[in-house]
Design a protein around this ligand. Structure first.
Ligand code: ZN
Length: 422
């Protein structure tokens, strides 16, 4: 396959201004880029007239939960049979590709092999979806976020409860054996988990160390759910690679994050919070008002911390927690708008978080996330200018194509999916 994309405004993902140009794709890679005034030796490549359109790298979802099938509650995930769950996860992968995301770094699967099976099927070309880094379920402690059990009632959720370093190590090793790329540790609690609030660092130093050591020994990475400041520090102390949320990070935690910024990534996973707040503002029930009162200070803390992250140059990934009923799969591009509205990112900075930083969190910054010769041909050709208004990326009809590994996909009429062009 050889394709000359001719005349688009080319935005390369580095933050440089876009320019009218030509981009040559051969096979799965970008092989040449030139300003419009110059010629490119295209050797008979198919020419695509892209005048008036915007060409950018494919986006990367930095905190994916493809198996959280727009769930109304965590324990609903435990009620889905594995066979059905695999198909639903596959469906979410197709929706994510259709939303312009050509890669996804998972931040937990609801069952151990769901991400693994879908990742492998995508890699083999059996199903359409973004390239995926597979995660384990959320390793949590008894009573922590994701432990949905009660004494009288066994319920599975997205978490696996493990207590003490030996249990954490054993479960992490089991997940690694089954093929995950990332071990997820729930170090802090969460709003709505009464036995483990957001400000509590539930998982002990020894437990965190055991999980990270298991992942690193196997040559894989560890990610962590950390809202509490002590959870952030614990994650940093033991070498967690991707530290999500960080809402209540104090000055010392922010300094430590900054000192580790060449090594770590963060991500607010703000989409779910914004969607829930939007619906709660119209909810006048006592429960609705109570939730609004609880969520608002956490949201304000998230905004404060991620303004700081941006100023300190700490790498922040977009995306997160799409897959709940309030925040459905395929609406992930809303995150860029949230970065601009709530964290003070310019549109270019939000786009860089979704592309260049995304390539890095996929561990493939040397070949993913930029429009650059030699890089993988993951490209979006957009009708509109996201540097003026990032919301254009939320409208799937504006994608003239979504390209992954040099293969073009176009949105399906009336469906949140894509169709492969042959
Ligand atoms: Zn999450």
């Amino acid at each position: 396959m050889r394709l000359l994309i001719d005349g688009a405004m080319v935005w390369d993902g580095t933050g440089a201004l876009p320019f009218p140009g030509k981009v040559l794709v051969e096979g799965e890679r970008i092989t040449a880029i030139a300003p419009q005034s110059e010629t490119v030796a295209s050797n008979g490549a198919e020419r695509l007239d892209a005048a008036g359109k915007f060409l950018m790298p494919g986006m990367v979802e930095g905190h994916a939960h493809l198996s959280f099938v727009d769930t109304p509650r965590g324990t609903y995930l435990g009620e889905i049979a594995p066979e059905d769950h695999a198909l639903l996860t596959m469906d979410a992968a197709r929706k994510l590709l259709g939303a312009g995301f050509t890669s996804a770094c998972s931040a937990a699967a609801a069952k151990i092999r769901l991400d693994v099976a879908v990742r492998d099927a995508i890699d083999k070309g059996m199903i359409d979806g973004p390239r995926l880094l597979a995660a384990s379920p959320e390793l949590t402690v008894t009573g922590g976020l994701g432990d949905g059990r009660r004494l009288h009632l066994h319920q599975d959720s997205f978490g696996v409860a493990v207590d003490g370093p030996d249990e954490v190590r054993r479960m992490a090793r089991l997940c690694l054996r089954e093929g995950v790329d990332m071990i997820k540790l729930n170090i802090s609690g969460e709003l709505g988990t009464d036995s483990a609030p957001s400000i509590a660092a539930m998982m002990t130093d020894a437990e965190v160390a055991a999980g990270v050591e298991a992942a690193h020994t196997a040559g894989r990475r560890a990610a962590a759910h950390c809202r509490a400041s002590d959870a952030v520090k614990r994650a940093l102390r033991h070498g967690v690679d991707v530290i999500y949320h960080c809402d209540y990070a104090d000055e010392e935690a922010l300094d430590l994050l900054e000192a580790a910024k060449a090594r770590i990534f963060t991500g607010p996973a703000i989409g779910l919070t914004v969607s829930r707040l939007e619906s709660l503002r119209g909810d006048n029930t006592a429960t609705g008002r109570r939730w609004l009162e609880r969520m608002t200070p956490q949201f304000e803390a998230t905004c404060r911390v991620h303004h700081e992250m941006r100023k300190r140059g700490i790498r922040v990934v977009v995306g997160g927690d799409y897959g709940f009923a309030a925040n459905p799969q395929g609406t992930n591009a809303r995150d860029l708008e949230h970065f601009v509205t709530h964290f003070g990112f310019s549109p270019s900075e939000a786009l860089q978080a979704a592309t260049r930083t995304g390539g890095e969190v996929m561990t493939r910054g040397h070949e993913l996330g930029l429009v650059k010769p030699g890089y993988l041909a993951d490209l979006l050709l957009v009708d509109g200018d996201p540097l003026k208004d990032v919301r254009v990326l939320q409208d799937k009809k504006r994608f003239a194509f979504i390209m992954k590994d040099g293969v073009r996909y176009v949105p399906c009429e009336g469906a949140p999916h894509v169709r492969r062009l042959h």
